[in-house]
Design a binder for this molecule. Structure first.
Ligand code: FE
Length: 131
């Protein structure tokens, strides 16, 4: 874990189920190929499952083959917060919701054009809406 986001744990435990809490608030990772959205490509918008902040559009979603939802861009750079993460002996960039500071996933530089980025996001951190 790169930086403590374990604030207001009691409040979050009331709001989130155990698995959501573990991933969103304890920087966990869902098992690949198990989430709701890794092979889901309906049009719409993806919001933070913890606070409802708008995060990603289906227009930038693609199949990375990793077993997690992948996007090559966010709906806006201010909607997420990027943090250097040195856990697991790797240098990675963690992606958090800018509004509630929940962990969402990581961003890598092996994505498609035009950004070359791959936002690798846990399904459980997202809620899809059709508009
Ligand atoms: Fe949020």
């Amino acid at each position: 874990m790169s930086e403590n986001n374990e604030n207001n744990n009691d409040e979050w435990k009331k709001k989130l189920n155990d698995e959501e809490f573990k991933i969103l608030r304890m920087c966990g990772t869902e098992r690949p190929f198990t989430g709701e959205y890794y092979s889901f490509f309906e049009p719409g918008t993806y919001f933070c499952a913890a606070c409802g902040n708008k995060l990603f559009s289906s227009q930038t979603k693609y199949d990375s083959g990793s077993g997690w939802p992948a996007f090559y861009d966010t709906v806006g750079s201010k909607n997420v917060r990027l943090i250097e993460d040195f856990s697991l002996g790797m240098k990675r960039v963690e992606v958090r919701c800018s509004q509630c500071d929940s962990h969402l996933g990581h961003v890598f530089e092996d994505g498609p054009k035009p950004t070359g980025l791959r936002y690798c996001i846990n399904s459980i951190c997202l809620k899809h809406h059709k508009s």
